[in-house]
Design a protein around this ligand. Structure first.
Ligand code: PLP
Length: 393
């Protein structure tokens, strides 16, 4: 039986592929250090787990409204007001099965065949595939290393055509950890208002910031910007809840309604129990990210200091998320490899360190290193990378 063309052309997630290869080596007894993880290594806080157990015991195990239980929508509205100075009504919110599913549903609801979506590079692996699955065309704009991988207003203006429907802004970014400033967002936003382009603002890493900079939601900068922005967020990274699959989108009610109609024929609703868990997460007085941030910041400093000492490797210090995105093109060249993919593959074979090649993020000179593992393991990984590079000089 033939598989549909739309799936045949999908690029499998590089992050998952490298994790699978590393796991296979581990299962065969090899001492592999995986720097591919895309999730916090912390457990979901107990008060959230308790809320899920209580929900099950209270019989909250049935279908819920497609767009999410009203209590959770209200808690999300409260969170958006508190953290982002944004005011929404219930019909401007949809709860989804993770932020990834919010994005998937959004592109399905938004795009017609040939519509263009601007994707700054380096990008999170799923954006281009989700856009293509919805019949859209990703238009790549290079975020230059010397500009902290961010795109400029001129670069944006230069690629806008009559087919441009939306732009993705992911700040803090996966894979680079970089963040747009208020001024930069205002400048990009002005162009989007002028050309009536929808801004898809993926804010999933908003709580994981290690510099003095504050997270800024572009939707909160003016009412004109709010009208053309869909905010994407969720509890996966902020509350160490990746497996629970709860995310959301907030934006104009017509788009949210279309997304809800679509979801009614796909997921029906996000898992009822996980919704009650997310409700407890948003209603809690405690902020689990305070502790997570402290640990991540220490690891970032430790890994960064070691990585920049490796010959042929340069690295911008990220401000958020939990990834380092070093440029290893020179190291790969000095080591005699054709490209960074081959270099990374040899690193896994010889030194048992799994990193994600930047080619999957549209940036083939780079690798992504996740620091969602212990400091000791990070130090060992950095020392193995150093040894590998020196051995091949
Ligand atoms: N957006 C970005 C930039 C991500 O890195 C991820 C997860 O890795 C997601 C969205 C999806 O998050 P979720 O687990 O809520 O689907």
């Amino acid at each position: 039986m033939d598989i549909a063309k739309r799936v045949q052309t999908l690029t499998p997630s590089t992050t998952l592929a490298i994790t699978a290869k590393a796991n296979e080596l581990k299962q065969n007894g090899f001492d592999v250090i995986g720097l591919g993880a895309g999730e916090p290594d912390f457990n979901t806080p107990n008060y959230i787990i308790d809320a899920a157990i209580k929900a099950m015991e209270a019989g909250k195990t049935k279908y819920t409204p497609t767009g999410g239980i009203q209590e959770l929508k209200l808690a999300i509205i409260e969170k958006l007001k508190r953290d982002n100075n944004l005011s929404y009504k219930s019909d401007e919110i949809i709860v989804t099965s993770g932020a990834k599913h919010a994005l998937y549903t959004l592109f399905q609801a938004l795009l017609n065949e040939g519509d263009e979506v601007i994707v700054p590079v380096p990008y999170w692996v799923s954006y281009p595939e989700q856009i293509k699955l919805a019949g859209g065309t990703p238009i790549y704009v290079p975020g230059l290393e010397e500009n902290e991988f961010k795109i400029s207003p001129k670069q944006l203006e230069d690629v806008i055509t009559h087919k441009t429907k939306a732009i993705i802004i992911n700040s803090p970014s996966n894979p680079t950890g970089m963040m747009y400033t208020k001024d930069e967002l205002e400048a990009l936003g002005e162009i989007c208002i002028k050309h009536n382009i929808l801004i898809v603002s993926d804010e999933i890493y908003e709580k994981l910031i290690y510099s003095e900079d504050r997270h800024i939601s572009i939707a909160g900068l003016s009412s004109d910007l709010k009208e053309i922005t869909i905010v994407i967020n969720g509890v996966s990274k902020s509350h160490a809840m990746t497996g629970w699959r709860i995310g959301y989108a907030a934006g104009p009610s017509a788009i949210i309604k279309a997304m809800t109609n679509l979801a009614s024929h796909s997921t029906s609703n996000p898992t009822s129990i996980a919704q009650y868990a997310a409700l407890a997460a948003y209603q809690a007085e405690v902020d689990p990210t305070i502790e997570m941030r402290k640990v991540f910041a220490e690891r970032l400093d430790a890994l960064y200091d070691l990585i920049i000492k490796v010959p042929g490797i340069t690295c911008q210090k990220p401000k958020g998320a939990f990834y380092l995105f070093p440029n290893v093109a020179n190291a790969a060249k000095m080591n005699g490899f054709k490209n960074v993919d081959d270099w990374a593959s040899a690193l896994l074979d010889e030194e048992r360190v799994a990193v994600v090649p930047g080619s999957g993020f549209g940036a083939p000179d780079f690798i992504r290193l996740s620091y969602a593992i212990s400091k000791e393991q990070l130090e060992e990984a950095a020392s193995r990378i150093h040894r590998f590079v020196e051995k091949h000089l």
